[in-house]
Ligand binder design. Structure first.
Ligand SMILES: C[S@@+](CC[C@H](N)C(=O)[O-])C[C@H]1O[C@@H](n2cnc3c(N)ncnc32)[C@H](O)[C@@H]1O
Length: 160
């Protein structure tokens, strides 16, 4: 999808907000929502009509719903740069895959199996075969530690 057609971006893990500003530049026509457990007043000041920052836990459905309600559409790009802990990355992905648009991208940063033990890599691997609660909707999964990139194919184009 061309950058200028991206309409909704969600980032897990805002910290000082530098990446939100970068995403707003990269996707000039998109609404950008970030969620973080802890947001300083300085970071909150980065909010604009196109940038929203939600203080909340990205493993919590209610917090993620606040993001979805502001974006008002499914996401074209989701980036998880949050805790980097496999159990949280998995929980967040389980919730957020419901909010992915066709041809969207879901990127998980910092997959370190040797540091945090097994979990995410095995879980993602299972998506390509049996699927997991419908997550076999992802057609393309590239795992190049420390990065995992999944892309969502429209339903009518999926392999049966
Ligand atoms: C690596 S920093 C994000 C950096 C930012 N994306 C950037 O590139 O400038 C990770 C952030 O994730 C947040 N975080 C960790 N676990 C989280 C969770 N479960 N829900 C939301 N935010 C979380 C931390 O508070 C921290 O600010």
């Amino acid at each position: 999808m061309p950058r200028d057609q991206v309409r909704a971006v969600l980032e897990v893990g805002v910290q000082n907000g530098g990446s939100l500003l970068a995403l707003a530049e990269i996707f000039p026509n998109a609404k950008i929502c970030g969620i973080d457990k802890e947001c300083s007043p300085e970071t909150m000041m980065l909010e604009t009509d196109r940038i929203k920052i939600v203080e909340g836990d990205a493993t919590d459905v209610e917090s993620l719903l606040v993001c979805g309600n502001w974006l008002k559409m499914k996401c074209d790009v989701i980036i998880d740069d949050g805790s980097h802990m496999p159990h949280e990355q998995i929980e967040t992905a389980r919730i957020l895959y419901h909010g992915l648009a066709d041809r969207s991208w879901y990127i998980i940063e910092d997959i370190y199996p040797s540091m945090f033990g097994p979990g995410l890599i095995e879980w993602i691997g299972s998506l390509t075969y049996a699927g997991y609660n419908g997550i076999n909707r992802y057609s393309s999964i590239m795992i190049h530690p420390p990065l995992c990139v999944m892309s969502m194919v429209p339903e009518d184009e999926r392999a049966k």
